[in-house]
Design a protein around this ligand. Structure first.
Ligand code: CDP
Length: 169
């Protein structure tokens, strides 16, 4: 590898001279998403894994950096697209800009079903999708202690944070 000072200093410009995103050795991104669980027979798909569930009110979620603005569903190109399409496009944008995934940490909030049996499978799917080693991807699951829409199983949510590392020059 290249020492950070060498990798960063030729391009690091601070404060930035324009409104373009500055070239930094590291960047962090924070994502949050929540889905309402509708009545009816939905598949619950998290991180590309279909999770068996006993309730018939479900919607799918994929835990990723926020992409809603980048891919507005008012654009026919994105409306109704499977979530892995957005992830692949995000990875392409990341690579175009000279970054790679440092690590990803995510917390899924779901009162049920229990997700721990599926964590490894979700992690491996995300690693494949992101072109990253599974060791840089960490997933946690929590209930919402029975309170609010999350705890009453009327919604499901995820927090995710990524660190991107600038490719060595
Ligand atoms: O102890 P804490 O409040 O952090 O967690 P909890 O909400 O009581 O959940 C206990 C454990 O169940 C968590 O540590 C998760 O490993 C697991 N869990 C899960 O596998 N799937 C869920 N949908 C929720 C929790």
């Amino acid at each position: 590898g290249v020492p950070m000072s060498e990798a960063a200093s030729p391009t690091l410009e601070w404060p930035p001279a324009s409104n373009d995103p500055p070239v930094l050795p590291f960047r962090v991104g924070l994502g949050f998403d929540l889905h309402r669980l509708e009545e009816g027979d939905y598949k619950l798909i998290i991180g590309g894994v279909e999770i068996p569930h006993s309730r018939d009110a479900i919607l799918g979620a994929l835990c990723m950096p926020d992409i809603g603005q980048q891919f507005p569903d008012t654009d026919p190109k994105w409306k109704g697209a499977a979530s892995d399409v957005f992830v692949r496009e995000s990875v392409r944008l990341m690579e175009d800009r000279g970054y790679q995934l440092g690590n990803l940490d995510a917390t899924i909030i779901a009162q049920k079903p229990k997700l721990s049996p599926f964590k490894e499978q979700i992690r491996n799917n995300l690693a494949n999708l992101l072109g990253a080693h599974p060791s840089v991807i960490n997933l946690k699951a929590k209930t919402h202690e029975g309170v609010d829409s999350l705890g009453e199983n009327r919604s499901i949510a995820c927090h995710a944070v990524v660190m991107l590392m600038r490719d060595p020059a």
